[in-house]
Ligand binder design. Sequence first.
Ligand code: PGA
Ligand code: ZN
Length: 421
Amino acid sequence: MPTIDRLSALEILDSRGRPTVKATCRLASGAVAAASVPSGASTGRAEALELRDSDASRYGGLGCRKAVSHVNEQIHTALSGRSFDTQPELDRALLDLDGTADKSRLGANALLAVSIAFARACATERNIPLYRHFADMLGEPLRTLPRLTINLFSGGKHAGQQVAIQDVLVVPASARTIDEGLAVTYAVYQTAARLIRDRYGMRALTADEGGLAPDFASDEAMLDDAVTAIREAGFEPGRDVALAVDVASSHFYQAARYRLGGMALDSAGMIDHLAGWVQRYPIVSVEDGLAEEDWPHWPALKRRIGSRVLVLGDDFLCTNPARIRRAVETDSANALLLKVNQIGTLTEAAEACRLARSAGWRVTISARSGETEDNWLADLAVGWAGDQIKIGSITQSERLAKYNRLLEIEAETGLPVVQWP
Ligand code: PGA
Ligand code: ZN
């Protein structure tokens, strides 16, 4: 049984240069492992609390020294010398120690870093790859590799809000392997970068997750340019390469109106607008098409477009089992975007994953806009048999650490990519 010898943490910087938490877990057997946690910018209101120092003189208040000291002191003191047979036992001890509903006492960043470092140390102790350990945690065999969904264009909060919608992603739909999917995406991305230079007279300036972010005239121009890039790269839109959109609509929803493209749409109008996009463009997935608090209208969105595309909840669900349960009961979505740090422990995220699966939903395992060079997300997406993985673009090392890990896992396991869409 894994026994914790020592827990420690360090404040490190994420891909935006903001502090985050890296925890190290040493087991009595001598197995040691570390894990770093990511951080969002386009966050949902129901997310677990990421503890920041609020000392304005340092990193604008974003320092993580408090969270780090909680790992080094309280969490280490409470857990060292104790044995935990399973991940749920460890996570339960963390939750009890924190004692709040939103993890605000010790910080979800502190708890999650420990939760993942412990999982990785256990995999090391068992001498198995992390993805296999994650699969065991869910009690499922390894089945498939996730289908890639890769940021091409960005707007919204990740790109200075030149257009309302946050991301247009490419889905290499006909690729049979991760390797092939990445090569297809590279061709589309490079074609898009050229197109942007010609059309907007700018070099490839990118948003937080590496998406190209020129001054699109409208959301539709962004979607049109994506289709053009797919075609000019030599692929058939919708057949070889499809599109996914992260509308992230909570961030332009004010006073019961969706404010995009100079319009102020009510919820029914927004649903019509999205249905129009699904009609006109080769879209296979619509993330946060409605706002996180617009519960009354999500069922109508699901009814309207859910037979053709994924109705995917990010801020809407916040990887929160209670919210997912409510969404299943009200038939409000058919896919979960799973971000472990929205909820704060692996065990709760696993429950979210199980709930979504048992409702027949698809699951997209997602990174955050602020990432680190850690690659556990790739192992998680394989171990938990994610239908999709969403990491960002293919241009920045904090993203490529995960893509490269997927390539390693593919070479090691030979698992097939999930058949979707
Ligand atoms: P994040 O958002 O900035 O909160 O990570 C990414 C997303 O909306 O999918
Ligand atoms: Zn999102």
